[in-house]
Write a protein that binds this ligand. Structure first.
Ligand code: 2P0
Length: 328
């Protein structure tokens, strides 16, 4: 039965072993496996109501009508759900991020995870988390990982079932770490990640090397995580980000700025001085620092003093997406 309304929460995640590139563009299957940590501090909440009086879906983001492209991506997800639920009802969707969207921090992971979970529940599909994660992946691959809490993997092969969802590798307590998000710019990123990875695949002489090497780094990182080897997890986290950005850079897909490099250099100096801190960067200029909880206050204070770092947000590993209201 359709409950017609659902309210969900989902957190952002940061990839330690990065996803970059698509094996199958039509089905949005990643070219490489990835491994992330879901973050407690950065949350999207989404309310979805079916409304028989609507003639199309509506989507409000942080209190205002969502931009056209964001609405189109939400409608694509809702159309998939309607087909599965044999429903013709349109939806009123309202989403809110409790972290600053204007900072250019990625919100598509938490956004599509919260939307997928809300849609599955409001349309009464009663799907497993894995199937809901597959739905989120088709909109944004990193969103598949935000359905789960703690440390999460996403593969790079579509099984014969056609369902490729993420899965938890280890719970929140596996590593005593925090993530420091060092914000270096308030603007939107220059190149959307889907475009950036497309250009990297087509134009980078190093894309093939990335696709060959990334699964090795993923396997080593997963093994280090399972043995709670923080040093190794940290080293591989930084190596994965550098390899991803090197492949993109060679295609002219440049996300780093001077501030990014200054922040990363500072992280490496802090590590050389004995602190447990490693840098990672996504499709934007911000530096995220994986840091042991014991060293987080010292590293945060040091990063706040780096010229070009506007502010530092601190997050710890967090839970997966949850239905707050309207579970089927
Ligand atoms: C990741 N990123 O693993 C990588 C690292 C950015 C850098 O996933 O095309 O929004 O919608 O599947 O998931 C950002 O890209 O891309 C991303 P699409 P998505 O977190």
């Amino acid at each position: 039965m359709t409950s017609g309304r659902a309210v969900t929460f989902a957190h952002a995640n940061i990839a330690l072993a990065k996803y970059w590139g698509k094996r199958d563009v039509a089905n949005n299957v990643p070219a490489v496996p990835s491994l992330s940590v879901t973050l407690e501090g950065m949350r999207t909440s989404t309310t979805l109501e079916l409304d028989e009086s609507l003639s199309s879906d509506t989507f409000e983001l942080n209190g205002v009508s969502a931009p056209k492209e964001a609405l189109a991506r939400a409608v694509t997800l809702l159309d998939r759900v309607r087909r599965e639920a044999a429903s013709s009802s349109f939806a009123r969707v309202s989403s809110r991020n409790d972290f600053p969207t204007a900072s250019g921090l990625a919100s598509s992971a938490s956004g599509f995870a919260a939307l997928a979970l809300a849609a599955v529940n409001a349309y009464g599909l009663g799907w497993s988390v894995e199937r809901t994660s597959d739905l989120a992946r088709r909109s944004s691959a990193s969103a598949a990982r935000s359905l789960f809490g703690g440390f999460v993997e996403l593969g790079n092969e579509l099984p014969s079932s056609g369902v490729l969802g993420a899965a938890q590798v280890a719970p929140v307590e596996q590593l005593d770490v925090h993530v420091l998000v060092c914000v270096t710019s308030e603007g939107q990123k220059a190149i959307a990640s889907t475009d950036g990875m497309g250009r990297t695949a087509q134009e980078s002489p190093y894309y093939a090397a990335w696709v060959e090497r990334a699964p090795v780094m993923f396997r080593e990182l997963k093994a280090a995580l399972l043995t709670k080897d923080l040093e190794r997890v940290g080293d591989l986290t930084e190596a994965s980000a550098l390899a991803m950005h090197a492949s993109a850079f060679a295609a002219g897909v440049v996300y780093v700025t001077g501030a990014t490099l200054d922040a990363m250099t500072r992280v490496r100096e802090l590590r050389a001085s004995g602190l447990a801190a490693w840098a990672t960067m996504d499709a934007g200029p911000h530096v995220k620092v994986l840091v042991s909880r014991a060293d987080s206050a010292t590293v945060k204070a040091a990063m706040e003093r780096v010229p070009g770092v506007l502010r530092v947000l601190e997050a710890k590993p967090g839970a997966g997406a949850t239905v707050i209201e309207g579970g089927a």
